[in-house]
Design a binder for this molecule. Structure first.
Ligand SMILES: Nc1ncnc2c1ncn2[C@@H]1O[C@H](COP(=O)(O)OP(=O)(O)OP(=O)(O)O)[C@@H](O)[C@H]1O
Length: 294
């Protein structure tokens, strides 16, 4: 299948910060890929490289088979950055028409607005939109030039459930017509609802790349905590902390951990098991990768 965006062993530094560290990734035509990772993982940097806004420090980035900075190739993509500053006094219809005017073949603006739940608002000034309507207006223009591929950086941040669903429907409709999507998100549920393939990034590296099911298995960790005087050696611990006489462990198999804890003969009390947050799961995944790589 045609590769629409490709990164080969890409590193990007900002001074001392290594935002991307040896990332290789292919996005093929027709895929809907979720790029999932905690704050600072390097998601926006990767999108900025694919869309030609930044250059890699080393490695190669290709867009539609060429250089991402090529204006002709860039006409084939649509981009929504994490934040958009739309002029308050401009009307919704004017904004979409302005973007459409840059493309020789563009979508019908009324249809596009309807697709993103903004129908009936073409004459409304941006200043009169709700936060959710504003965000959807920030995303819709990415689709106006009939792109091959769209890059959406946290498209649903700040949206309520209804707004999120309206946006998901718009993204799905584009994908069902054959469009390719790379979207970033902090939310596992969002990526699960939309993407067939999920790429987990952390500390500038690809930590996992596969189906949602496979990745959920990897990040589906639990936090097990209990009070004890001494923490024995236990298998399968991804991260451990001791706070006020309690051990706090992140594990992927809590049942096995508890069995081993009992077997160790160490006295414990106040056992609690709860799902780790996604953030914790990512940290554990990153930490375990670092241990493996060390
Ligand atoms: N222009 C910049 N100058 C300096 N450092 C930067 C710059 N842009 C990004 N970084 C750093 O690079 C790292 C990766 O940032 P990036 O924005 O790509 O992460 P992200 O995964 O998109 O995070 P978030 O989910 O918070 O948007 C972070 O440590 C960030 O502080």
């Amino acid at each position: 299948m045609t590769v629409l965006a490709r990164a080969i062993d890409v590193t990007r530094r900002y001074g001392e910060v290594r935002a991307l560290d040896g990332v290789s990734l292919d996005i093929r035509a027709g895929e809907l890929v979720g790029l999932l990772g905690p704050n600072g993982a390097g998601k926006s940097t990767l999108i900025n490289l694919f869309t030609g806004l930044r250059r890699p420090t080393s490695g190669t980035v290709e867009l539609l088979g060429g250089a991402p900075g090529d204006p002709v190739l860039r006409r084939g993509i649509g981009v929504t950055p994490q934040e958009t500053g739309l002029p308050e006094s401009q009307r919704v219809g004017e904004i979409v028409s302005f973007v459409a005017a840059h493309f020789p073949d563009h979508a019908d603006t009324a249809e596009l607005l309807a697709r993103f739940g903004l129908d009936g608002l073409a004459g409304r000034q941006v200043g009169g939109l709700s936060g959710g309507q504003r965000r959807r207006l920030g995303v819709a223009p990415a689709f106006v030039g009939r792109p091959w591929k769209v890059f959406l950086d946290e498209p649903t941040t700040g949206l309520d459930v209804e707004g999120r669903r309206a946006l998901w429907d718009g993204i799905r409709a584009f994908h069902e017509e054959g469009g390719t999507v790379l979207l970033t998100s902090h939310y596992l549920e969002e990526v699960e609802a939309l993407a067939q393939r999920v790429v987990v990034v952390g500390h500038g590296r690809v930590l996992a790349d596969g189906t949602m099911r496979a990745v959920r298995g990897m990040v589906g960790t639990r936090r097990v905590s209990f009070a004890c005087d001494r923490l024995p050696e236990l298998p399968g611990v991804l991260a451990a902390e001791r706070v006020d006489g309690r051990a706090d462990l992140v594990v992927s198999d809590p049942d096995r951990l508890v069995v081993e804890l009992v077997r160790s003969g160490v006295a414990f009390s106040g056992l609690e098991i709860r799902p780790a947050t996604l953030e914790e799961a990512f940290l554990a995944l990153t930490a375990s990768k670092e241990t493996v790589d060390a």
